[in-house]
Design a protein around this ligand. Sequence first.
Ligand code: AMP
Ligand code: MG
Length: 405
Amino acid sequence: MLNVDAALGKLLDSVEPVDGSEVVPVADALDRIAADDIAAPVDLPPFAASAMDGYAVAAAGFAGEPPHVVELIGESLAGHPSSVRVAGTNAVRIFTGATIPEGADAVVIQEDTRVDRGEVALLATPRRGDNVRPRGHDVVRGSPIARKGDRLDAYRLSWLTACGIDHVEVRRRVKVTVFSTGDELMDTGKPLGPGQIYDSNRFALARLMLDQPVDLTDLGCLPDSRDAIRAALEQAAGNADMVLTSGGVSVGDADYVRDIVEEIGRLEFYRIALKPGKPLAVGKIGDADFFGLPGNPISTIVTFLLFVIPALAVRSGGRHVPPLEFHAVLGENIGHSAGRREYQRGIAENADGGLIVRSTGDQSSNRLSTFDGANCLIRVPEERGDLAAGETVSIVLLRDRGRLF
Ligand code: AMP
Ligand code: MG
């Protein structure tokens, strides 16, 4: 059995980014991967602007102790620059975001002024640069505002938009094909026969990929049939960059997936010192990355988070950034036998300047209820036996959409 870190390293070494890119409107570029570096086409802000409401002045005109009476010669509002030139003890009434008039180099905030019967006095002596956002303060024209491989999140896209960019070149989406295997599986909306259960894995995987740059093909549920699974895998590998299956990778009589991958492709590894998720089959079929995820719903989800998401990051042309680990104090004992690293679903809370974490209860890998209220995965080290309340453990946070933080 490979340990989790070794398995992930081996996997990531074997994944190649997809070729090809397309140009899309920034409005459609969320979560896509930048295909190239992007240089700022403008200075931002494009002109020196006031950071505050107040009075724009030329600092050199003021010496000695305040108050300084000024002569008001104009007004500059956001979107309505003033055309006057400021010199000596002139001042221009100015508002946040408005252009600093020619000649001015400081803004005295209105809280530091006194207006009395039309006469304006500065109660502070202005210094050059006070409350002025210089041109190019956020970004200087020509400097990078995205780098090849960056994931385009809402923050970066906002920055691109602020620079006037309305289209962006992104890597093409990763073509992912998914199917479930199992004679017992039934689609929702139909009544269950004896011994049947609803297929939740395909549903989970599709939801967990909503914020991934993928084009998803769903081949449905397949029976535990060697021929059906083989045909589906061959078809999938011919069309997709990545193939995800669930079920049928264990050691049962009806577990064919692994054998078939060995026949038509290559298996990199299929046993990991991980709980849940020991029988995870990883390999290649043609150019497609193959993941035979274990059938138990929690095993499917955990192996997806730990292995498929990092592989997708690389395959999509981006970078895998390991999730941040936080330290938390265990609020209860956790039973564990040494050998496999375990990820328990947990609930972390703020406590005394740190975090305290408890598991969500019985962690059996069939129990989707272990995600009820969970906001993190608690990492139980492979070499450890039982953990005691009060010990410090590492946790990784689950984001709203299910990704690891
Ligand atoms: P397997 O890996 O095929 O032996 O499946 C392990 C367990 O997961 C069995 O209890 C299956 O019934 C269950 N299982 C397999 N696939 C799914 C699925 N798509 N949705 C829900 N449970 C599943
Ligand atoms: Mg099965």
